[in-house]
Design a protein around this ligand. Structure first.
Ligand code: AMP
Ligand code: MG
Length: 489
């Protein structure tokens, strides 16, 4: 890696506040060079938010810098250490095994950390090779932007580059690097690490850092650390409501994959539901179904409990820690209900809404209805238009009719225009279904990146019609059921 200043590289305003925490938190290192990189996709919208020129992002300098082959002046690459509970078991030390933090840019949308995922081995790689394969990188790149456009808190992705360097998984694949961004990549597992390795000073330093930067209101509270736990619980409750309402399964909700900012982080075997199946398991390695779709809200609570346990040396009182977690139990159902009311097009709240929401979920499950298509078609549900487009999705017409009656009564006094408006903004036409990602991956393996880029464009405005891309909003093909995605990526 060269330290020479790159002529074409703009003077970026690096701040690198995480690095100021000190060496107990990370190892400084250089990314491992990636042989002969090439562009797969660049996200112009994200580049603009970061204040990066399109022209620069398209340059060879940017390509080299963002796969880790050249140093960006002012950046200070490092891999951070964290621990975590994986599949319910304490896994001990983990850390950034293949993600390297370049530093933090000062931008118009606040401080944004820039991280290269798949940038080579680190002291935390354990048995791993430090690389990410093309298929999983495409999935992370597209899904993080799709989630952002759906209004769901998430890490973002600036660009995606590939290389013909081979990477061994179940078979030989090729490497890729996703440049991802977030205000912070700190996870619950960072707190668990310093707590369980007996480093109370570092634990406090980390908590103070997170409060200072992201939860400053906690400073005003009698116990800032209990307040932090409560604030994280609240954000996580909202995140779970967002996931459940859009039909998103994360697949690997280990505590090291839980963001302290309540962001969706570490896209692996995730899936948007096709047919609505509450017990759906998207991770092929999750034999017990620990991370099934309908378990996610409880798993998040379990993970928050681990965070609370990790913060105990600072909170010093178990009762207080438990009390800080308590609001999750009311905020999550309230937040979910408010999302579901909007999906149903109900601008106000009524006493029997939760019964209507429950019966909707039950009906979708018993008829295995396509989740995204149902909600989008429901936007056009009016007495005048007839119910056929929605009814056609159900094999049990009678149970649909009973539900449609209940729903029609509820919306009788809601203005049709207001309802449609509300619904079309929350019920996306497009989500990153597994088969769409898979088709773009197959094309990319043949060096055709147009599908990746078309998908990116559509997923960045998923509530718009994009009539030229109607096929991306259709039912999954039969082969979609055979797609198996596991942790190995
Ligand atoms: P994940 O399941 O991707 O969230 O990763 C869990 C842990 O394994 C983290 O510490 C990762 O950095 C690490 N890891 C996953 N894949 C690799 C890899 N190919 N090389 C090195 N570390 C990895
Ligand atoms: Mg992870």
């Amino acid at each position: 890696m060269t330290t020479a200043t790159l002529n074409a590289t703009p003077a970026l305003a690096w701040r690198n506040s995480f690095a100021e925490l000190g060496p107990s938190f990370y190892t400084r290192l250089s990314p491992q060079p990636l042989p002969e990189p090439y562009w797969i996709s660049r996200n112009a919208a994200m580049a603009r938010e970061l204040g990066l020129q399109d022209q620069w992002l398209a340059s060879t300098e940017a390509l080299d810098a963002l796969v880790g082959n050249k140093w960006l002046p002012g950046s200070a690459p490092l891999a951070s250490v964290y621990s975590g509970h994986q599949f319910g078991q304490w896994a001990g030390q983990l850390g950034d095994g293949r993600a390297i933090l370049l530093g933090e840019l000062h931008t118009s949308v606040g401080g944004q950390e820039i991280q290269l995922k798949g940038a080579g081995r680190t002291p935390y790689s354990r048995m791993g090779d430090g690389r990410a394969v093309l298929r999983s990188s495409i999935r992370e790149y597209l899904c993080s932007e799709a989630m952002h456009a759906l209004g769901i808190p998430t890490t973002r992705a600036l660009c995606l580059a590939g290389s013909d360097a081979s990477v061994r998984r179940e078979e030989i694949e090729t490497a890729a690097v996703v440049t991802r961004t977030a205000p912070s990549f700190i996870r619950f597992g960072h707190f668990e690490h310093f707590s369980y390795s007996g480093q109370p000073d570092e634990l406090k330093k980390l908590a103070d850092y997170v409060i200072d930067r992201f939860y400053p209101a906690c400073h005003e509270e009698a116990d800032p650390y209990a307040a932090l736990l409560q604030a994280v619980s609240e954000r996580t409750a909202h995140l779970m409501a967002a996931w459940q309402s859009v039909g998103f399964c994360h697949g690997v909700m280990n505590t090291d994959n839980m963001s302290i900012l309540g962001l969706t982080i570490d896209y692996g075997p995730f899936q948007f539901l096709d047919a609505f199946d509450p017990g759906h398991i998207c991770n092929h390695s999750d034999d017990q179904g620990r991370y099934a779709y309908n378990k996610q809200p409880n798993v998040a609570y379990w993970n928050l409990f681990c965070l609370g346990q990790a913060l105990l040396p600072l909170i010093e009182n178990q009762e207080k820690a438990l009390a800080a977690l308590e609001p999750y139990k009311t905020i999550f159902p309230q937040a979910l209900q408010s999302k579901m009311r909007a999906k149903l097009g109900l601008p106000d709240q009524q006493a029997d809404d939760s019964a209507l929401i429950d019966s909707t979920f039950k009906l979708l499950a018993s008829n295995q209805v396509d989740y995204t298509i149902f909600w989008r078609r429901l936007c056009g549900f009016t007495a005048q238009a007839g119910h056929e487009p929605v009814r056609d999705l159900f094999f049990d017409g009678e149970s649909f009719n009973a539900w449609a009656l209940q729903y029609s009564e509820r919306i009788a006094h809601v203005d049709t225009g207001i309802r449609a408006d509300l619904m079309l903004k929350i019920n996306p036409k497009f989500v990153l279904r597994n088969h769409l990602g898979e088709a773009s991956i197959r094309a990319a393996k043949l060096r055709d990146y147009s599908e990746v880029n078309d998908l990116l464009k559509v997923l960045q405005s998923p509530f718009d019609e994009h009539p030229e891309h109607d096929s991306m909003a259709g039912f999954p093909p039969d082969w979609a059921a055979g797609i198996e995605i596991s942790c190995s990526s």
